[in-house]
Design a protein around this ligand. Sequence first.
Ligand SMILES: Nc1ncnc2c1ncn2[C@@H]1O[C@H](COP(=O)(O)OP(=O)(O)OP(=O)(O)O)[C@@H](O)[C@H]1O
Ligand SMILES: [Mg+2]
Length: 300
Amino acid sequence: MRKLIYLPPKRGGRLDNIMTFCDACEQKANASNASNASNASWNLEFTIQSADEAADEFTHVGLTTLLDKKVVVKLMLNGIGARQEKHVQQLFSKKPHINIVQPICTFECNESPIRWHHHVIVPQQFCSGGPSKFVVIVQEFVKAGNLRTFNGWNDDIWKSIILQLTYSCMEWYESYQFIYDDWHLGNILLDVFEPTKNLTKYKAFGHTWKVNHSETTDSHIRPVLTDFARSSTTSTMKSKHFEPFHLGNEISLVWDMLRHSTQNTKYIDAIDTYCIPIGEKETIVDIIHDVKAFVKCINQ
Ligand SMILES: Nc1ncnc2c1ncn2[C@@H]1O[C@H](COP(=O)(O)OP(=O)(O)OP(=O)(O)O)[C@@H](O)[C@H]1O
Ligand SMILES: [Mg+2]
C-alpha cells in the first residue's frame, strides 16, 4: 500500500477510499501492459463524447467500472494536450481540490484511433493494441452533468457558483501555480450534495474567502472542472512563472462566461463594471480590491 501524501477526505475527492481506487487502477494498467494486447481487461461501457465531437485534439470520453463503481476514462492521442492533461492530473492527485475532478490514474497503451473516432458499440475493449500511443486518463465520474446543460439556475446558485470559481482561481494561482484557461460551460461539471456545513472556505493571499451555502434550501451545487489540455502550469511553461495579470485575466474570463447565465440586473451590472478592469490589473493587491468590490456589489 502506498503512503498517503495528502489526506483528501476533507478538501478533495468525492470518492471514498480514493487511494484504493488509485491502486486498483494502477494494478489493472500494469497488468494490461504486461499481458499481450488481446488480454486487455479494460472495457468502455458507455460513450459520453466521441472523438468526432471533440472541439480539437482527439479525445474519446466514456465510462468503465473500477471496484464496482463507474469511473470516467478519457482516451487521448499522445500529443501536447494529452501530456498537459496528464501533468495536471498528477498535480491534483498529490494535492486534491474540491472544485477539480478527482484523478484516479493515468497510463499509456497502444490503440487504433480509427476505432475510437465515432461512438462505439458497447461494451468495447480498449488498450487492445494498435499503431498509436494513447494516453488514458481515469478519473471520478461527476454525475449531474455540466453547466451547459444545467437548467436549474436561480440567484443563490449563480452567486454560489461564481464565488466558488473566483476563489478557486485565486487558490490555484497561489497554491498550485495553475491557470485553467479553457473556460466554457461544458467543461464545468456539477456535483450536487447535501451541505453538512454552511461554509466552504478558500485560502489565498493571506485571506480566507467564504462561500455561504445557507441561503440555498436543500441541496447545494459545486462546480467541478475537467479538461486540462489547454491549461497552464508554471512547471511546464518556458518562463516558469505567472504574472498577476494571468490571474486577473482568468477571473475576468470566469465572470464573462457566467454573464449570460443570470437575468438579475444587479449581477449583470457588477460584471459589466468589473469584468474588463480586473483583466487589466497588474498587481495582486489591485486584483483583490476588485474581487472584494465585485463581491460587495453582488451581495448588496
Ligand atoms: N469526470 C467526468 N464526469 C462526468 N462527465 C465528464 C467527466 N469528464 C468529462 N465529462 C463530460 O465529457 C465532455 C467532454 O470531456 P472533455 O471536455 O474532458 O473532453 P474534450 O475532448 O476536451 O472536449 P471539448 O474539446 O469538447 O471541450 C464534458 O463536456 C463533460 O460533459
Ligand atoms: Mg471540454
